[in-house]
Design a protein around this ligand. Sequence first.
Ligand code: BTN
Length: 267
Amino acid sequence: MDSKALEEMKRRLHTKWAGQTLDYRYETGSTNEDAKKLAEDGAPEGTLVVADFQRGGKGRLGRSWTTPHKTAIAMSLVLRPQIPPQKASMMTLVAGMATAQAVKDATGLDAQIKWPNDVVVNGKKIVGILTEMSVEQGTIRYVVIGTGMNANMTDFPEEIRTTATSLLLETGHPVDRTEIICRTMEHFETYYETYMNTRDMSVLKEEYQALLANMDRQVRVLEPENEYNGIARGINDMGELLVETPDGQIKTIYAGEVSVRGIYNYV
Ligand code: BTN
């Protein structure tokens, strides 16, 4: 995205606050790091950092995240929610919903969510979200939600070739990255305000479940000390995944502590 595209994005972004303070970088280390620095310096809620290329994109669990030049979307949003830190993981679910809806709107693809917040198309990952927060004396100072999207890539590193795809590969044509960023911000603003009314997923639960790729499917739960199979039965008001085990028990899975995979595939 060049500066002309930035102006265009400002024109096409119909939000009250999400993305209205916009920081575009041609190249950066990591937009999450940039957004955290801006937040430390007092950036307002809704500040969005967008970059065309990340040298050191960060993934979850200490992994790296590849953001090739101009073909991916890398963006990080600053939020300042007045909620207890243990409720912040639900904001990542909200971000996943917003991104999935934006992909649907912009491409017509059947984007779904792999709990808690990967967005997948045809069972392969197109979006990863990394949420980071700063907490002081039990209070959130800020949250940064970083979204990486495989927009127009045509190839992937060997290790993720079987589990990752891009919007270009799925639609057969390049996608308008600006459109997807704008639609994501618009959906995020609406979902986030709904979430903040109740500070839980009670109102959004049904819509989230309609997007959930794992719904009523076999999953493998990988806890630090334990692994088991079950059937995903949706989420509760706290955004935790409900998994029915073969003996009929319902286990509640909290995002962050465990991974959930498909039995045979990624989803
Ligand atoms: C994952 O591992 O699934 C999460 C990947 C998150 C990548 C995005 S790209 C924009 C933002 N900046 C980063 O350094 N990471 C996130």
